[in-house]
Design a protein around this ligand. Structure first.
Ligand SMILES: [Cu+2]
Length: 313
């Protein structure tokens, strides 16, 4: 009983509410979007695992503690014609909540993006979407000539060498939605041959070496989920997340990292550097909760107790 007190003081009440919301099937579930960006190389890459990273977020990200995150963050595209905007109405122009800033990076940095599969992988593995269904493909596109009226079809014309379409952007990377590691917590054995790790999935892309310093790189995450129920050329289902990444020079980046280390050493780290990772902590909390529930069930079975209160952890 006292464990609930410990957990709530560790995670904060809003995380407890999130965990309960997830486990009871209300609130945060549904589709997929980019939850968090971090540098996986370069001056901003945090090599010390004991230190909190400095993540960045998509435009107007609201945080996983918001019970409205699915509605506010999912942007589903069912029509890929030239008039279809690439970004959701609330993310067509740059903008961030103060607690969810944009990512800082430098030229050539490897960027790691985290997203939850929210059933799109395990249900496919379980055959629930049909024998030929696929979790689909992620395309990363970047431009330093952002326009609020940027349409989906013009982005899809961009190529890795920058010569495609209107020539204003690049294809940065193309990866499988299923990174072959991640799975929604609780479905780790969805593929018995290849046990998964419960938690966020990862997709990587690289900042162009010639990205202009001092200017944002606008990045589009486009997820082609059109094989949701198997190959069907008449069926379209895409999702997008839109984000801006600030490009710094290596010198400025190193100075900022040093400054941050100094602040931390002085014990007055800025509030945002102490910010809890938006997607990993609730997931860890959920893992802990599920493990605790398993232990509770085992113990209950052992003593043959009839009690079935779901929340008694
Ligand atoms: Cu979905």
């Amino acid at each position: 009983m006292d464990s609930s007190l410990k957990v709530s003081s560790l995670l904060g009440l809003h995380h407890i509410l999130l965990i309960l919301a997830l486990l009871t099937g209300v609130g945060v579930n549904g589709h997929s979007w980019v939850d968090e960006l971090t540098c996986a190389s370069g001056p901003f890459f945090e090599t010390d695992p004991s230190l909190p990273p400095s993540p960045g977020y998509i435009r107007n990200y609201v945080g996983r503690q918001s019970t409205e995150i699915d509605t506010l963050t999912t942007f589903r595209i069912l029509d890929t014609s030239s008039k279809q905007p690439v970004c959701a109405p609330n993310t067509q122009s740059p903008g961030q909540l103060q607690e969810f800033p944009q990512l800082n990076a430098t030229q050539g940095d490897l960027i790691k993006a985290s997203y939850l599969e929210n059933g799109h992988i395990w249900q496919t593995l379980a055959g629930q979407n049909g024998p030929k269904a696929s979790p689909g493909i992620i395309y990363w596109y970047g431009t330093q000539n952002p326009r609020s009226d940027r349409d989906f079809a013009s982005v899809r014309e961009w190529t890795a060498d920058g010569s495609g379409g209107d020539g204003e952007g690049f294809l940065l990377a193309k990866t499988d939605f299923d990174d072959a590691v991640c799975i929604e917590t609780g479905h780790e054995d969805a593929d018995p041959q290849n046990p998964r790790v419960g938690g966020p999935c990862s997709s990587f892309f690289r900042i162009p070496e010639n990205a202009e310093i001092g200017k944002d790189l606008t990045v589009y995450w486009l997820w082609d989920y059109s094989e949701h129920f198997g190959p069907d050329p008449t069926y379209t289902e895409w999702y997008s997340s839109c984000m801006d990444i600030r490009i710094f020079s290596k010198e400025d980046a190193r100075r900022m990292v040093e400054e941050r280390a100094k602040e931390r050493a002085n014990g007055n780290a800025r509030r945002d550097t102490e910010h809890v990772s938006a997607d990993s902590t609730p997931v860890k909390g959920i893992n802990r909760h599920i493990r605790r529930q398993q232990l509770h069930n085992e113990r209950r079975n052992q003593i043959g107790e009839k009690k079935s209160s779901w929340f008694s952890w």
